[in-house]
Write a protein that binds this ligand. Sequence first.
Ligand code: TPP
Ligand code: MG
Length: 292
Amino acid sequence: MSEYFAPGHGACPGCGLTIAVRNTLEALEGKVFVSNSTGCLEIISSMYNRSAWGVPYIHSLFENAGAVAAGIEAALKALGRKDEGHVVVFAGDGATADIGIGTLSGMFDRNHDVLYICLDNEAYQNTGNQQSGLTPPGANTTTTPAGKIMPGKLGRKKDMVSIAVAHGIPYVASASVAFPMDIRRKVKRAVEFEGAKYIQIHCPCVTGWGIQGKDAVPLARLAVETALYPIVEFENGELVKVRKIKDRKPVEEYLKPQRRFRHLFRHPEGKKILEMIQKIADENAKRYNLDI
Ligand SMILES: Cc1ncc(C[n+]2csc(CCOP(=O)(O)OP(=O)(O)O)c2C)c(N)n1
Ligand SMILES: [Mg+2]
């Protein structure tokens, strides 16, 4: 079989991005036009003179992948070529929740027939781990350095899933690289809807999170099992499915193995922040009725 996303790219072993991308492209059998924002995925897949992409692919800027996708979709429609493939965006969490949120909101507002996938590795990883709107509280990044002055990121993780739902688009979901079959099902389901679709996929980053490649997928699973990363699905604004949790784990089990959170177990403010993070998990579990 020819590869839609070929080996030989420059991703770290254990990188979540490549798991999310391969599963998405295989679910759509490569019938796609990809718009990709600036970020790790673009860097690892399209180094000068080489490309991992076996499908039509364009990288433009950090902030405009949604607008580029909207343009591709409008052009395909005008040319009568819509049946040639789905327009898919792959964009990082920084591109999605921060710098590109304007062009994303416009694309949603005009309800372009585009599947937008946010690859959520919870910081600007390509440029060396700066905080984004999707960085979770307590995380050490180069712009929220844990030390005497602050114990890592102070604010909460922006609720992009709800922001997407609030646009009134037909399909919104969260997913995790710990559950690849769920990614495939959601991608296939999403493209059954005409209009804008949003899927946010939790993707561990071995360098930014300070973990080993072999631990990436088990940690992604723990994020779900602690209710810090609720897996939910909305169709036409209605919550239709959640991934239930049996024997929910305490958040420490997920946080402790990661270097980005290790100060929480030593810092004088750490205990307070751990309690705040546990409260967020409890709120998620209650809000989405996750506990079995
Ligand atoms: C206007 C602009 N500002 C800053 C940059 C530098 N820059 C490139 S990628 C990136 C971070 C990307 O973060 P994210 O979208 O989360 O993707 P990741 O690399 O984490 O997958 C930054 C700050 C840029 N390319 N353009
Ligand atoms: Mg990122």
